[in-house]
Design a protein around this ligand. Structure first.
Ligand code: ATP
Length: 360
């Protein structure tokens, strides 16, 4: 097992800097997920830890050892890719043992490791098959098996479930969680899927355009995001953002909701309130709309479409230019431009300034 640290890690491709000084401390045995939109630099960060990409500045350590100039094979890591990269002409067993055989690992030890991996992943009955005789999920298991047999200190996963269908993704997600518990080793996992991040991670690193926006436990990011980007990225369906203006700041801040006929919300803050006249943004999660009269401020919306998931329904509504997603108790009700009134609570909303920074 090993801790991984990144200190002021920078990556430049030519004149373009795409990672701007990343600082991350991954604890021994921790499951860390890098998440962020396409192009934010999460794969590059992972590839730098793996040694598949040079770093342009900063330091990376694995197990307390500086690895900046150490070859990938000598870093004590194993990486699982989105493309399974299995050898098509080899059986599952040969695919699993290939790397060890090439390194001249003793035969008995190779057999032991392959057997153990096949048991952990429950693929013992597939050992004689070729990759083309396997399902997508089975192939991905073999790919993970190839990482397990190396007995690495750190597992690195680069979007390993992207090629699987929705149901299999959920199943493999649970398997990877189980694997982490069973092996107890450090895992660093890259995905653009925030649900995957929320369900797998001990801690999530949210990346945006080469910067770390926030690092925290899934529910801490959900309940207490550092800024509007994290608030909007974590959670599904997404947090709603409503334009507002500060009309009073006597101890608490009083907001007028721009697109809701001047509806007003008084919200206590722990810090200094913004100036009267400031334009701000109020964030409300879909599940934090209440029945009319139950919150601190009622708003009227026009319900366009209702999506019924069985356990809950999501109403897609609008008010002027603002689109809102409102979670309701499960119902069969259709929404065809019905007017509805819902209520928001000061304590169940977050406030952001125009730049996206949190106002607490
Ligand atoms: P995705 O989810 O789409 O894989 P990502 O967050 O993993 O995205 P990276 O693959 O790390 O993003 O890429 C980050 C940025 O670096 C992108 O703008 C990409 O175009 C750029 N980039 C990646 N590799 C190279 C390269 N070899 N040369 C030049 N630019 C690159």
């Amino acid at each position: 097992m090993a801790a991984v640290t990144l200190k002021n890690v920078v990556k430049r491709f030519g004149v373009f800097e795409i990672v701007h000084g990343a600082n991350i401390d991954v604890n021994d045995g921790e499951f860390i997920v890098f998440v962020g939109p396409s192009g934010c630099g999460k794969s590059t960060l992972l590839r730098m830890i793996a040694g598949l990409e040079d770093i342009s500045g900063g330091e990376i350590t694995i197990g307390g050892k500086l690895v900046n100039d150490i070859e990938p094979a000598d870093r004590g890591i194993a990486m699982v890719f989105q493309s399974y990269a299995l050898y098509p002409h080899m059986s599952v067993e040969q695919n699993l043992s290939f790397g060890l055989r090439m390194n001249g690992n003793p035969k008995a030890d190779t057999e032991r490791r392959v057997k153990r991996a096949s048991e952990i992943l429950r693929i013992a009955e597939l050992m004689k098959r070729r990759p083309r005789q396997l399902s997508g999920g089975q192939r991905q298991r073999v790919a993970i098996g190839r990482a397990i047999v190396r007995e690495p200190q750190v597992f690195l996963f680069d979007e390993p479930l992207s090629n699987l269908d929705a149901e299999l993704r959920v199943q493999m997600r649970v398997e990877i969680s189980r694997l982490h518990k069973e092996l107890g080793v450090t895992m660093i996992y890259v995905t653009h899927d925030q649900t995957e991040a929320m369900t797998l991670a001990d801690r999530i690193v949210v990346l945006n355009a080469g910067n770390i926006e926030q690092i925290g436990a899934p529910l801490d990011l959900y309940d207490d995001p550092a800024n509007r980007f994290v608030a909007g990225f974590v959670g599904s369906p997404k947090m709603n953002f409503m334009a507002a203006k500060v009309v009073g700041n006597d101890g608490a801040v009083t907001l007028e909701l721009t697109n809701h006929c001047g509806a007003k919300l008084r919200k206590p803050l722990s810090g200094a309130p913004p100036a009267v006249g400031a334009e701000v943004v109020l964030g409300v999660r879909p599940e934090h709309f209440f029945e009319a009269g139950e919150g601190d401020c009622d708003i009227a919306v026009k319900a366009d479409v209702a999506e019924h998931l069985g356990s809950v329904s999501y109403v897609y509504a609008n008010a002027g230019p603002e689109e809102l997603i409102i979670e309701r108790e499960a119902s069969r009700q259709r929404a065809n431009g019905d007017h509805m009134v819902v209520s928001i609570k000061a304590g169940r909303s977050l406030l952001f300034d125009k730049s996206g920074a949190r106002i607490r």
